[in-house]
Design a binder for this molecule. Structure first.
Ligand code: 1YM
Length: 648
């Protein structure tokens, strides 16, 4: 075993400890278990799991920051896909651990669950999604190197696939303080080592918002062109809300902020109403984004609905609307960041992103209710504007219900209940059925002729569908184009949404490869993001990628999907004669070509739409849908085709 051989070379004698060998064997068994079932520890071996490796290390630094010993954290993506995380904390303890007989650093890196702090009884409040600790990163890395600057010395230890090469040694003196962990994820375990800068940046920014004042830097030196982002927010989650509402019109003079503690649970909340229609609520428990919500969210919602209904009476706004405002009414246009710290978080739900601790609901509810009432008392004008907005939402809700009934009745009249312009497929099994949403009637015609009518349905959409960011739900539902889309998909919308009723497991957006096409594509994406995110989460939404060029040489035909590809093809022709046609729109292709290049499962390139990061997505949609045209155009051109590619 590698470990034993390394031990022989050591200049420092192995410590005498009765259980030395048995504890070493335990450690190796532990690491082996992690390598056998990486998914159990970090969720997956795909990109999210790889990013998780970085978060685990960063979490240690965040804990150190929360304990008040560190204010600077640096994450670097290095050439060769090494990752280095540096903090200026106390440094992982370097003394010999009394039970293990090796340095505490070595214990922290090799013993599973050594992350739960030993010593002062402080609880680990950050803790990644799986909260597994650095030893898991070590087990899943080809190599790890740890440098600790502590007590005036520079200490160093290195590992290969989790096994230390030698005990911790002192390299020299050091005036610095802190920990540096450099690792190379194991390429035999992970599907990819290509970290995504934007995804890491979004998470690090989130951590910076949640940890007021801590400076977090992300630097990418993998390519010649070096990228760097620095995140530091003195205002914490208030600045988080400010960023989320940056491009919207707020109704309040000042962002509402409250902080409180009860029974060892710390609650922090910031919120702001804008004149928009959707809600965005980000909840965190111990800095983990609880995407599925949970008891903290429930407590908040109850407090908000109660406080607003109470002030509706108090401000005599009951005259405008007698009915009680519902939860949906009071959350229209609302942006919230709610963050709690709790000693023993219980994560539940399908993705373990739902907080389960029952005691949290009442605590959050009472803190938020009390502080909201104070806020309304002190800011009666803001309170009035907010409540009037909620009353408008209630009126729209009532109108929407009527509109929905209208849509329902109308579709009942159309016999099958399906929209007239849908060319449906004959198959009835959603698993094999595909719906192509096509821009324009002419492309729609080609698609209808070119398709395989057994499993491919075509829905042509005319021009631009209603811009959903700006419009109200009732208006969206009465938009004929969107109405047709909803009916064709079959799931219903809003409270009625039912994923099991979906009629196609592949919904493919097929638009022209130009700016207008990209705009329509984004409008459709926005619709799904806001009103049917479950479809995206289920992995049912795709973007088709039509070819940009047709290159003909004699009777031979080649399709190129990018300029690079075109150049490659042409290069091989040398002096032969060939002809290049640039497709400007889908309409330029005849049905056979459209089938061959874009629709046939054999040749086509489909890109699956993912919701990897709701923060990035939402921001993007706000940029895209906001009033400023220029950033939108630029964004579309830069990103239209940047969705991850998928072989199908
Ligand atoms: C780049 C990664 O791991 N920093 C870090 C880790 C620790 C400490 C300081 C630390 C904690 C404590 C006392 C304590 C850890 N210590 C341990 C353990 N950065 C990084 N910075 N002294 C230093 O919590 O009491 C685990 S992590 F267990 F050894 F205390």
């Amino acid at each position: 075993m590698a470990k034993k051989e390394a031990a022989k070379d050591q200049t420092i004698p192995a410590p005498v400890e009765e259980n030395y060998d048995s504890s070493k064997i335990q450690i190796l068994e532990g690491l082996e278990a992690v390598r056998k079932r990486p998914g159990m520890y970090i969720g997956s071996t795909a990109l999210p799991g790889l990013h998780h490796m970085v978060y685990e290390i960063v979490d240690n630094s965040i804990d150190e920051a929360m304990a008040g010993h560190c204010d600077t954290i640096e994450v670097e993506l290095l050439p060769g896909n090494y990752v280095r995380v540096t903090d200026n904390g106390r440094g992982i303890p370097t003394d010999i651990h009394p039970k293990a007989g090796v340095s505490t650093v070595e214990v922290v890196l090799t013993k599973l669950h050594a992350g739960g702090k030993f010593g002062d009884g402080a609880y680990k409040v950050s803790g990644g999604l799986h909260g597994v600790g650095v030893s898991v990163v070590n087990a899943l890395s080809d190599s790890v190197r740890v440098d600790v600057h502590r007590d005036g010395k520079h200490h160093f230890i290195e590992f290969r696939r989790g096994v230390p090469l030698a005990p911790l040694k002192v390299l020299g003196n050091s005036k610095k303080r802190g920990t540096v962990v450099t690792f190379l994820a194991d390429a035999t375990i992970f599907d990819t080592l290509e970290y995504r800068y934007d995804v890491l940046a979004a998470r690090l920014r989130e951590l910076a918002f949640l940890n007021k004042g801590v400076k977090i830097t992300l630097r990418d030196t993998r390519d010649k062109e070096i990228k760097e982002s620095v995140f530091q927010y003195k205002g914490g989650i208030v600045e988080f809300v400010k960023m989320l509402t940056e491009k919207k019109n707020p109704l309040q003079k000042k962002i509402f902020y409250a902080q409180g503690e009860k029974e060892g649970i710390q609650v922090e909340i910031a919120l702001e109403y804008c004149d928009t229609y959707s809600e965005q609520i980000f909840t965190f428990a111990n800095a983990i984004h609880t995407r599925e919500g949970g008891t903290h969210l429930e407590g908040f919602r109850t407090a908000l609905t109660r406080a607003i209904n109470e002030y509706k009476k108090k401000l005599q706004l009951d005259k405008k609307m007698e009915d009680s405002l519902t939860g949906d009414d009071v959350r229209e246009g609302l942006t919230v960041v709610l963050s709690i710290l709790i000693p023993n978080p219980q994560f539940e739900g399908q993705t373990k992103m739902k907080l389960g601790n029952g005691e949290v609901k009442g605590i959050v509810q009472s803190i938020v209710y009390e502080r909201l009432c104070e806020y309304f008392d002190e800011n009666p004008n803001d309170a009035r504007r907010i409540i009037e907005k909620c009353i408008q939402a209630a009126s729209a809700r009532i109108a929407a219900r009527k509109a929905k009934e209208l849509v329902r009745r109308k579709s009942a009249l159309e016999g099958s209940g399906l929209p007239g312009k849908l060319a449906d497929c004959s198959a009835r099994d959603p698993q094999i059925s595909e719906l192509f949403i096509v821009e324009g009637d002419s492309a729609g015609g080609s698609a209808k002729q070119g398709r395989n009518r057994h499993f491919q349905a075509i829905l042509p959409l005319k021009g631009k569908i209603t811009n959903v960011e700006k419009a109200k739900l009732d208006k969206i539902l009465t938009d004929g184009e969107v109405g047709a889309l909803i009916t064709a998909i079959g799931t219903g919308i809003g409270d009625d949404f039912d994923l099991s009723k979906i009629r196609y497991h592949k919904i493919v957006i097929m638009t022209d490869a130009d700016v207008d096409g990209a705009h329509i594509q984004t409008l459709i994406l926005t619709f799904f993001f806001r009103y049917m995110p479950q479809v995206i989460e289920a992995g049912y939404l795709y973007i088709a990628r039509p070819p940009l060029y047709l290159i003909s040489k004699g009777k031979e035909k080649f399709y190129a999907y990018s300029d690079d590809e075109k150049n490659k093809i042409v290069k091989d022709f040398k002096d032969d004669k060939y002809h290049i046609q640039r497709y400007k729109g889908l309409g330029e292709m005849n049905p056979e070509q459209l089938w061959e290049t874009t629709m046939s499962p054999e040749n086509r390139v489909l890109m699956q739409v993912s919701m990897d990061d709701a923060v990035i997505a939402d921001e993007t949609f706000v940029i895209l849908m906001g009033d400023e045209v220029e950033p939108r155009r630029r964004f579309i051109e830069e990103n239209a085709r940047k969705v991850e590619e998928l072989d199908l």
